[in-house]
Design a protein around this ligand. Sequence first.
Ligand SMILES: CCC1=C(C)/C(=C/C2=NC(=C\c3[nH]c(/C=C4\NC(=O)[C@H](C)[C@H]4CC)c(C)c3CCC(=O)O)/C(CCC(=O)O)=C2C)NC1=O
Length: 169
Amino acid sequence: MRDAVTNLIQNYDLGGRYLDGDAMDRLKTYFQTGVARVQVAAIINGNAAGIVKQAGSQLFAEQPELIRPGGNAYTTRRYAACLRDMDYYLRYASYALVAGSTDILDERVLQGLRETYNSLGVPLGPTICGIQMMKEIVKQQATKAGVTDLGIVDQPFDHLAAELAERDI
Ligand SMILES: CCC1=C(C)/C(=C/C2=NC(=C\c3[nH]c(/C=C4\NC(=O)[C@H](C)[C@H]4CC)c(C)c3CCC(=O)O)/C(CCC(=O)O)=C2C)NC1=O
């Protein structure tokens, strides 16, 4: 698992290069967003259960067929598995946010996930909707807390969504 700084250092070390102006710019950007990253991670940590619950209610209100007989989240067990998955996405998104890198998402969350979902019939579209809903809730809460740099919040959630999306091209 790597973060923005170790990623950068590794690249420069591979080339045997000193950190140049470009590296400095990237480091500056990361450190300048550092306080906001920690702030948003704290918001997620303090409200995780509520965020998952709210996004879940929103998802099932918009797509009620998911929790009707024949739906993938129908039965208490599968309903709980769905919310548990949302909680995984939220928790790992908070790690990626602090790391300033989506590496951890690739390594710990996304690897083999599409295949697992496909074999269990877990629909990807609604899962992506759930991830986007959590993103919006986190952004609302971050805005309320005075965080202005919301692009950092988009990054991990959008990465999860994009990697889960069908892209057979
Ligand atoms: C930390 C990394 C990690 C992830 C991401 C993860 C996901 C994950 N979700 C699973 C199941 C599942 N995931 C869902 C999720 C949903 N169904 C829906 O209709 C909704 C759209 C959606 C919720 C938003 C459901 C219902 C199951 C159970 C499917 C089944 O057993 O039939 C399974 C199969 C094994 C199990 O049931 O536990 C895995 C591995 N596991 C991990 O260790």
